[in-house]
Design a protein around this ligand. Sequence first.
Ligand code: HEM
Length: 210
Amino acid sequence: MAVTGIMLVLFLIAHMLGNLKVFTGATSFNHYAEWLRELGAPLLPGVWALWMLRIGLVVAVVGHIWAATTLALRARAARPVQYAHRKKVQGSYAARTMRWGGVIILLFVIYHILDLTTGTLNPVGDPTRPYANVVADFAPERWYVTLFYTLAIVSIGFHLRHGIFSAVRSLGQQTPRGERRAKNVALVFSVALCAGYLVVPFAVLTGLVS
Ligand code: HEM
């Protein structure tokens, strides 16, 4: 769970930094997307490096879901008889929404790929012009797309907050002081990542990026 989670977090950081290039203008943003496709050249032909990254990402997502399912089944097997009176578990909101949060994020990623990678659901839908695709996506009249992205990104924030804290714990951090520190780090990191993602649709919505 922790290892695949860390792989996904590294992707999220890189993707967020890449998205922020939208503020440097259309030419620079489109050039960056083109560079991604040519990554590894001339050592590797065509889009090989990109496909290797994509395969790594799919392995991480499948591994993450597989680990979550195994852990859930193991937890259930450890307590085959239900408690007669089960006290309400007072975990944080983030901890209690991990499963549904994960499902929402997965549905978002499927929509997002059809929107900005293949262009199928995008008003411009030209994979060679990612800047135009992003600007068309978050235009004011398509406020519901921005709303959907916002909900998905906030879900990612909650998921990350609990996920990072759990990963630090799984990897050996157990003292009460260390746990408090891990909680704060997880919160600050999640808020910063959410802000880094949300600034793009809101910049388009408000006309800052056009
Ligand atoms: C407002 C936030 C976001 C924006 C503006 C954005 C923008 C983009 C763009 C423009 C592409 C297409 C790149 C290209 O093909 O040239 C893309 C691809 C992608 N994005 Fe995002 N993204 C956002 C949030 C996210 C989030 C939160 C995730 C993950 C949970 C994500 C996962 C992906 C994936 C998996 C791809 C496909 C990469 C590939 O295989 O080529 N994105 N995004």
